[in-house]
Design a protein around this ligand. Structure first.
Ligand code: DDH
Length: 290
């Protein structure tokens, strides 16, 4: 399977910055969502889940075809809750209907990370809506009830090495788990709408206790009311992962740099970009004094 980015020469960075600004302004306006966490985290998760179906063995899945829009994919139990992000983006799609779904889902995630004071993430357009037949089967997204061996193997399917796997999981600084979506409960830290290295700091410093939650699922809980999934906790049980967790806890700049490159790679897995394809870095609303 080959997915070649389609470059629309009539569109410039200004066209995409306009969409970025619309999403950013709507995140600001609809701030009451999910107990005032806002839509940022769920938009990040939609961008990640629409990309995280990638399989390097045959280049199937991934963000290119925008197949999250089809029922088969959006009804995958792993995607519970993401309809809120899709509905958030609906009016944006209606206004800018020239953009592909894959470009919109990934741009939404990049925007949400940057607006949460995260790193600047380079982004390239060119994903093309594919037909329903290109939708990957359910079950490609990760299962949280697993240890380090599973995590390593899962990320290898996405062409991610140990550093990239740890950096990407740091996105759990954002948002929270919801009993009704995933069967897990609680946030990973205090600042659920800011992109920071708090996930790694909490992983190392909190008093974690493995407990069964109200849905009967095991998760690590701390006295402060934070939580970790078993796949999160695996990052301090495996000695190679642990070293990287310590580095990111002590050096936020190092985390930001690795997260930015890994997240771009995640969003672009399986796409061939022609020579000279444009690459954009968007300004935040703050950068634009907006
Ligand atoms: Fe995650 N994640 N994630 N995650 N994720 C959940 C929420 C959020 C796993 C499981 C869950 C990444 C990796 C993993 C975000 C971003 C990223 C929830 C809770 C579960 C469960 C959903 C709910 O109840 O609403 C597992 C397992 C892994 C893994 O590494 C094996 C990655 C790589 C990212 C990323 O963006 C790069 C974000 C953001 C959320 C918060 C969503 C929200 O609504 O809040």
């Amino acid at each position: 399977i080959v997915h070649i980015a389609a470059i629309n020469k009539d569109r410039t960075i200004d066209d995409y910055q306009r969409i970025y600004n619309k999403i950013a302004e709507k995140i600001r306006e609809d701030d009451e969502y999910d107990g005032y966490i806002g839509y940022g985290p769920v938009l990040v998760r939609l961008g990640w889940h629409s990309s995280g179906t990638y399989n390097k063995e045959n280049n199937s899945g991934g963000s290119y075809g925008g197949t999250y829009r089809f029922k088969l994919e959006n009804s995958d139990p792993s995607n519970n809750g993401l309809q809120n992000a899709a509905q958030f983006l609906d009016p944006i799609y209606k206004e800018f209907n020239w953009i592909s779904h894959g470009d919109l889902y990934t741009l939404g995630a990049v925007c949400a990370i940057q607006e949460a004071q995260g790193p600047k993430i380079k982004w390239r357009p060119g994903r093309v809506d594919l037909p329903e037949s290109a939708t990957p089967e359910n079950g490609r997204l990760p299962d949280a009830v697993n240890g380090a061996d599973y995590v390593r193997k899962f990320y290898a399917r996405l062409r991610m090495n140990d550093r990239e796997a740890v950096a990407l999981t740091g996105a759990h600084c954002l948002g929270r788990t919801h009993l009704k979506n995933s069967g897990f409960d609680g946030p990973w830290g205090a600042a659920s709408s800011s992109f920071t290295n708090e996930f790694f700091i909490n992983l190392l410093n909190e008093q974690w206790k493995l407990q069964k939650n109200a849905a009967g699922n095991k998760q690590y809980d701390s006295p402060k009311g934070y939580m970790m999934l078993e796949t999160d906790y695996a990052l301090i049980q495996d000695p190679i992962y642990l070293k990287i967790v310590k580095e990111y806890a002590n050096n936020e700049a190092s985390f930001f740099k690795d997260f930015a490159s890994s997240f771009q790679k995640l969003l672009e897995n399986g796409i061939d970009y022609p020579k000279g394809a444009p690459e954009y870095i968007f300004k935040t609303l703050d950068d634009q004094d907006m």
